[in-house]
Design a protein around this ligand. Structure first.
Ligand code: HEM
Length: 487
């Protein structure tokens, strides 16, 4: 069977890959734990495009700028669908959302609808004052928490509240007052549960090999239960509440519309249905929140572990803004070192290292090979941004590279070797919001505090936790924030 499958593969000129067995494919050799580091090892053995046959799934992994360009731009349409696994089928109602839906009319419509309230320059203009106020509240809270400057605090928890508030303001015109707000606690718990269940690699065996699926029944039931609770919470505690507010006499119809007003209008005129509305809310609860929190967590850790970079950033902020001016969104464009620190964080600590998996609905050609229809396509964006053949000492956290030898490389994918937000049709529209929020928050933290690891620790532990398609810090570190008095 192995020989027959090899000969068949060769006859069809499919990309090389590990030996496969019937039913299991290469699952026995490869296992469940597929991450971008494993993909680099396979690429070194099999080349810039290789194919893993994992039970019923075919996974093509692309590891060169030329082939990434082919997948994301030149053949962006052909490779513009998404591959869902059995868990994401549940989370998204088999692609009734926007992020995990196939390339086509539904995706186009959903992306257009979400763009209006979230992804335009006008939105940045309307909301940057709120993002600045939220960052200021973090600074104030840290100043008023004595433990922050002594034994330290888990800064991530407070940052999380800030990011939730940034997103919920745009989506529901809603603000959570504290980390103890019962609705916030409930929301964070169901979203956290979804994230844990979705990112885990432990269900891969049942996704890859259907005969194992009965062993996953309990897991999949839990996913269904969490999905039900999440969608109900969005509906009852946010969508319906907003509907009620908007229907009152006192409601000012001329005031700024929030996202949900716009989505409900699209539902009322028949463009989308109620489920689509809830799945948009679900998508934003993940894509807009976790990515920003994780990136801020990585950035703070790198600044602490590289104190000379933290000092240099503080010196830039002081020199450009002076002692009494707190960084605002328009200021972020005048702070090249701040931008370089963010870019370097997104390069070395790319939170979505292989992008969100793409998929070709039909048979396609790539790099001279045939890619079977409905293959899952991973573009190893982390490797493109960390390949020593393309970058000088890529293992070093050195923001200066973006002011020196890589000064022309932007975050928008103008150079295919650096695509932390992807590029092309399915690229991240949230870049519009993510970059200002990262700049404002990091800028204000460094302006107002000196950041240290806790006493007795020389560095923050930056061990990685790699999930289905996200790389997070394993531990939520305790951070010491010593207030600066000159501000
Ligand atoms: C540091 C922050 C962020 C990073 C690194 C990031 C990264 C990414 C990446 C790599 C993709 C997949 C691109 C591809 O598959 O080709 C993506 C997709 C997406 N992101 Fe982000 N993202 C971030 C923040 C955000 C924010 C703040 C939002 C919303 C406000 C957002 C909304 C989305 C959406 C809706 C998609 C799916 C696009 C589609 O399928 O058409 N992201 N993001």
């Amino acid at each position: 069977a192995v020989v027959v499958s090899k000969i068949r593969g060769r006859r069809r000129n499919m990309p090389p890959g590990p030996i496969t067995l019937p039913i299991f494919g290469s699952w026995f050799q490869v296992g469940n734990n597929l991450d971008h580091h494993d993909f680099i090892r396979y690429a070194q053995k099999f080349g810039h495009v290789f194919l893993l046959r994992m039970g019923q799934r075919r996974i093509a992994v692309v590891s060169s700028p030329e082939l990434a360009k082919e997948v994301l731009l030149t053949q962006g349409k052909e490779f513009g669908s998404r591959s869902r696994n059995i868990v994401f089928d549940i989370f998204t109602g088999k692609g009734q959302d926007m992020i995990f839906t196939d390339y086509g009319d539904h995706w186009r419509k959903m992306r257009r609808i979400v763009t209006v309230p979230f992804f335009t320059n006008k939105v940045v203009h309307q909301y940057h004052g709120d993002w600045e106020a939220e960052a200021e509240a973090v600074v104030e809270d840290m100043r008023n928490t004595p433990a922050a400057s002594m034994e330290g605090v888990v800064l991530r928890r407070r940052i999380e509240l800030m990011v939730y508030n940034n997103v919920y303001k745009i989506m529901f015109d809603k603000k959570f007052e504290s980390e103890e707000d019962p609705l916030y606690v409930k929301l964070k718990n169901v979203n956290g549960e979804r994230s844990r269940l979705g990112q885990s690699l432990e269900y891969n065996f049942g996704d890859f090999v259907p005969i194992f699926r009965p062993f996953l029944r309990g897991y999949l039931n839990k996913c269904k239960e969490v999905t039900r609770r999440r969608l109900n919470l969005y509906k009852d505690s946010f969508v319906e509440v907003r509907k009620k507010i908007a229907s009152t006499e006192a409601f000012d119809k001329n005031r700024l519309k929030c996202g949900i007003d716009h989505f409900l209008e699209c539902q009322a005129n028949g463009e989308i249905n109620e489920d689509n509305v809830l799945y948009i809310v679900e998508n934003m609860n993940v894509a807009a929140i976790e990515t920003v929190i994780w990136t801020l967590e990585w950035a703070v850790a790198e600044l602490i572990n590289n104190p000379e970079i933290q000092n240099k950033l503080r010196a830039e902020l002081d020199a450009v803004l002076g002692p009494n001016k707190q960084v605002t969104e328009p200021d972020t464009h005048k702070l090249p070192y701040l931008q370089a620190v963010i870019k370097e964080t997104l390069r070395l600590r790319m939170v979505v290292p292989c992008l969100v998996p793409h998929m070709n609905l039909d048979k396609a050609n790539l790099g001279g090979y045939e890619i079977p229809a409905e293959s899952r396509i991973f573009v190893n964006a982390w490797w493109l941004a960390n390949d020593p053949a393309l970058w000088k000492k890529p293992e070093e956290f050195r923001p200066e590279r973006f002011l020196e030898e890589e000064s022309s490389v932007e975050v928008n994918g103008n150079d295919i070797k650096y695509i932390p937000f992807g590029v092309g049709r399915r690229s991240c529209p949230g870049i519009m919001m993510a970059m200002p929020v990262l700049g404002i928050t990091l800028g204000r933290l460094v302006q107002n505090f000196e950041l240290f690891p806790p006493l007795g620790q020389s560095k923050i532990d930056t061990a990685e936790n790699n999930g289905q398609f996200a790389t997070r810090m394993s531990k939520h570190s305790t951070i010491v924030l010593k207030p600066r008095n000159i501000i």
